[in-house]
Design a protein around this ligand. Sequence first.
Ligand code: PHE
Length: 457
Amino acid sequence: MGQGTNSTAKKRDGFSSSFGVLAATLGSAVGLGNIWKFPSLTGAHGGAGFLLVYLLSTLLIGLPVMIAEITLGRKAKANPITALQTLAPSALPWWLIGASGVAAAFLILSFYSEVVAWVFAYVAKALGGSILSSSPEVTQSAFSALISDPLQSLLWQWGVLAFIGGILLCGVTKGIEAITKKLMPLLFLLLLLLGAVSLSLEGARAGLAFLFSPQFDKISASVVLTAMGLAFFKLSIGMGTMMTYGSYFRDDQNIPATAFRVMSADLCVSLLAGIAIFPAVFTFGFEPSSGPSLVFITIPAVFSQIPLGHGLMVVFFVLTAIAATGAMLSLMEVPVVILHERFGLARGKATLLTLMLLIVAGSGAALSHSTLAEFTVWNMSLFDLADYLSSNVLLPAGGIFIALFVGWSWGLDRFRQAVSNQGRLSNAALANVIFFLLRYVSPLLILIVMLRGLGLI
Ligand code: PHE
């Protein structure tokens, strides 16, 4: 164990260009969260009001924590556990943040990989035209047939895991960076195309009103927690993903500027996804349902009524698959690099072991719509439970400790040095503001929102 920091003899893999850093980091942030969670949560919880809470959470909490994670990762050039062990000035067990990150990665992957499995299955179905029907009953039964078939669910999930594992086997530069550099621009192009088509439909106004008209009375404590949890999930923070990617950052990369770009581009993708989805949904008089049924039941029925809808439906599922790929890569990279650096497994073996563990961990969520459909905890299926616990408990809790570590243990001097690339960037004032947020504002806000949202105070 523990060969992470003394492996300097062999050069550590990392992102090779500035664009590569941006593409991979954005690839992690952009994911199913943008397409499956953000638009429907925004619509359901008060439109612009929810958006405002989300933006505040992102600016006051998300962005500082993201910058903190990337900075720590780059400084230590190691996986989250080793990074916190080497950077911690005191003997406190800060490395536990890294360990809980691995747990969060497995929890998220267990349900995420299942939704991604449906997306890949739907790319095939859309290509074959088998889900082309304007009747929601037909698209509903096609979806039910897929998710209630345990074998199909498992096989698609394993296929997706193997695909992502295959990219990870190629390494950080040749795998993660190379693929996200190609996929991210394509994702924007496809999304712009769909957004333009959707806005040209007659329901555009009603769709935009659903998404953006402010309803502040819908904002309760649990809605604020949802918005904050979404900010964590969206930015891939609170579990060591960004710390891991930070460890691949180049030394001359401007961290705050990159984080800001990633946050803004991620927001654009989320808004564009909403613009691509809701005008079309309203044009054909569908209910703006939320969660998986929006993507897998409503969308096929909607596209079936648009001219060139078959092609556009393929575009929609391909772009969703692209978004999911970048996010899955970053989720799986966390356990892979920890097995590699902490337990001395070769990268290939670490990837295979992660795959096998995920096949076991993911089977609960994969079967939660079939064999385990009756099995609930706190009134939630295993799938919903993993989703709820990760976004609303584990990631925010991880965020509190990362903020506390930088704000109270690592300290302002080290933080300023690292964020300014050892004085080469003159961003001391900005670093001071971020540090202040990390030391006082973010941990307190997260704690209050969590306790209120969970109904504990
Ligand atoms: N940010 C990804 C999304 O929006 C999900 C994710 C969460 C990825 C946490 C990595 C870590 O879908």
